[in-house]
Design a protein around this ligand. Sequence first.
Ligand code: GLN
Length: 453
Amino acid sequence: REVAEAYNAAVAAARGLNAYTVETPEDALAAADAADSGKSTGALAGIPLGIKDLFATKGVDTTAGSRILKDFKPPYESTVVANLRKAGAGMLGKLNMDEFAMGSSNETSAYGPVISPWRRTDGSNVSLTPGGSSGGSAAAVAAGIAPGVTGTDTGGSIRQPAAFTGICGIKPTYGRCSRWGIVSFASSLDQAGPMAKTVRDCAILLGAMAGFDPKDSTSLDQPVPDWEGALSSNLSGKRVGIPREYRIDGVPDEINVLWDKGIEWLKDAGATPVEISLPHTKYALPTYYIIAPAEASSNLARYDGVRYGMRVEGVKTLDDMYSATRAAGFGAEVKRRIMIGTYVLSAGFYDAYFTKAQRVRALIKQDFARAFEQCDVILTPTAPSAAFGIGEKMSDPLAMYLNDVFAVPASLAGLPAMSVPGGLDEQGLPLGLHLIGPEMDEQTVLNAALAIE
Ligand code: GLN
């Protein structure tokens, strides 16, 4: 109870960060009491967690960062949250995020930006973004107002904010965590995962979140390994792939310097670096920004003012009600994605864009399959820069999308990938290192991250 009380107080004291959109202190206390009285004994008994607002939570606002879902209270719990509760966890509240998880800075949220607890050392006191879309999740862990949180990652949304805020975050293999009850963005890419201060905490949380779920047709019917029990920073016999195509122009020196340090740290842990090639890397970003909006435009068709959330009243026809509700309910980035998505799926352009992107996606997947014949895990930087200032990239969507350049290939291939803190840049801001593993091999990813941590 003392732990839950301390976190509840810390959450209330840090409202200036705008990390939580809803606070549920009673929920955290109830789980603590169940643990104290011996009623719950699971791996997370009494541990209060923050939940990204993309996860349906029974009776508690679930907005996905959107105005269109304002005040929406789901009648059921997402499988991941239900699993965390089964392990004994309580909920501190719902965490702010980019609208429908579309963004890399948490600035597309209808509920305002999240402020990173970090500041540059130059004394400028510029407010920085925590990254996105799991920006509230990342800021909460970094600020110590949640010991662990859930995030989701469609094209980097766990890993990039983890890197920006100096914490750990893992996106497991696609299908490890059930998508049931997670508001859909791009269903073939969406995957839940934990974010926490340490690799070990991530292993414990992932162990509780993951598992087969018959309610999700893409759920992996595989046992959940004891990732925490098998943690080891001894990497002897492991080969670490260094993809030459990830040395891209325009990335600041300090990112490449950190990458080289990471290679040395893994060598010290017993691993052998090998140069590998992922030849289709440069097509990953454009491929992602065709497939993700295409799926999003289809998924978001359900927000029509009838079934969920808000409805604009006072219009004459059904069509007017749809368009007035969507015009008022969706933000600019979401509208941009819907327009891109419907364009690439339209009869005249389907083959040129969507089919082509699906083919390139298969090639990207094949690149990784070939690379993993030569190595056991891949090391790259997580993001091409440290955290940027609020407002700095919002007027330039392409600059924003470029932030995902290292993260999206693993998403397109459905592979487990993790960001672990690597060090600080010249301004004292955190930078992340990124590990990508073969399908189902979260263990090697976690172990390599442990060696870096
Ligand atoms: N930044 C990427 C996007 O905007 C990834 C988001 C995510 O992983 N949810 O689509």
